[in-house]
Design a protein around this ligand. Structure first.
Ligand SMILES: Nc1ncnc2c1ncn2[C@@H]1O[C@H](COP(=O)(O)OP(=O)(O)O)[C@@H](O)[C@H]1O
Ligand SMILES: [Mg+2]
Length: 271
């Protein structure tokens, strides 16, 4: 009887599992989720009703499961002097392509902070289709105290924002998942060709820095080249050198213990 009960309970869970839409950090790997968002049938694509880029909220179904996503098709580039801080560059660009490039860089660096994003055509327009993250902390709650490593989590976000030159990390463009893990969204305005660091960076993610050191330009070109122009990759590469110099100088001055924290699979594991 017990066995039968257990069996039927497990079977029920399995059946349910096939239909319940998974949230952030679900059992589906990123590669599987990428495939899903590229191929699954669109159930609906309707106005999200918020946001400057007029995104669409999309529901998809591949016959086994249903998941939601956000679709953006903005792709704007203007040759005009654009200033940020004391730097001026020759263009302004707001594009869905930056959403995918940021996701691809997150993957190359093993960060795991960005929802899956793929290129797809919806309602006749090409754009980015980005996974909808279901499991996030409420914005206005008073829950558990933040973990001690919150400073390092913020440093990790700032480190990534510098690399992709994202100056648009406003309160609505970062959510918090389980364990206060940052979930970064909205990168259409990233990848400006600026170079100067714009926020203090003083703690660095050791494993990510190690990956960045050995990263080859051709790998970046292969993964991001479809979404970025040559000058954007050049600028990213210059920021890479610059941030690696900053790390080396900090290690010389303060020692590795004080400079590095450890991060694996998007989780900070030691200070
Ligand atoms: N992947 C997501 N998961 C959950 N909520 C999201 C997701 N993407 C966007 N949102 C919600 O939709 C809002 C608008 O999305 P965002 O990508 O910031 O577009 P916009 O360019 O319009 O600001 C966000 O502030 C957030 O509240
Ligand atoms: Mg936004």
């Amino acid at each position: 009887m017990m066995n039968f009960r257990c069996y039927s309970y497990c079977a029920m869970l399995l059946v349910l599992g096939a239909f319940v839409s998974p949230g952030w950090g679900d059992e589906m790997s990123r590669t599987e989720r990428e495939k899903f968002f590229k191929k699954a049938k669109i159930v609906y694509a309707r106005d999200l009703g918020v946001g400057a880029t007029k995104p669409l909220k999309v529901k998809l179904n591949d016959g086994k499961r249903e998941m939601k996503a956000i679709f953006k098709s903005i792709d704007l580039r203007m040759e005009m002097p654009t200033r940020f801080g004391s730097e001026t560059v020759g263009e302004y660009s707001d594009s869905y392509k930056h959403v995918i490039a940021a996701y691809e860089l997150d993957k190359l660096l093993g960060l795991g902070m960005l929802p899956v994003a793929v290129e797809r055509r919806i309602k006749g327009k090409k754009g980015s289709l980005r996974e909808w993250v279901e499991e996030v902390m409420p914005r206005y709650g008073h829950g558990a105290l933040p973990p001690e490593e919150i400073v390092d989590k913020v440093q990790l976000v700032w480190f990534f924002d510098y690399l992709i030159y994202n100056t648009d990390r406003r309160v609505h463009n970062v959510m918090l998942g389980e364990n206060w893990a940052p979930v970064l969204i909205d990168h259409t305005l990233a990848f400006g060709t600026f170079e100067k660091p714009f926020r203090p960076l003083y703690r660095f993610p050791r494993e990510v820095v190690d990956r960045l050191r050995v990263l080859e330009r051709k790998q970046v070109k292969k993964a991001l080249g479809r979404y970025l122009r040559g000058n954007q990759i050049e600028a990213l590469w210059r920021r890479r050198s610059r941030v690696l110099d900053m790390v080396d100088r900090a290690v010389q001055q303060r020692g590795p213990e004080d400079v590095y924290f450890s991060v694996q699979d998007g989780e900070i594991i030691s200070g």
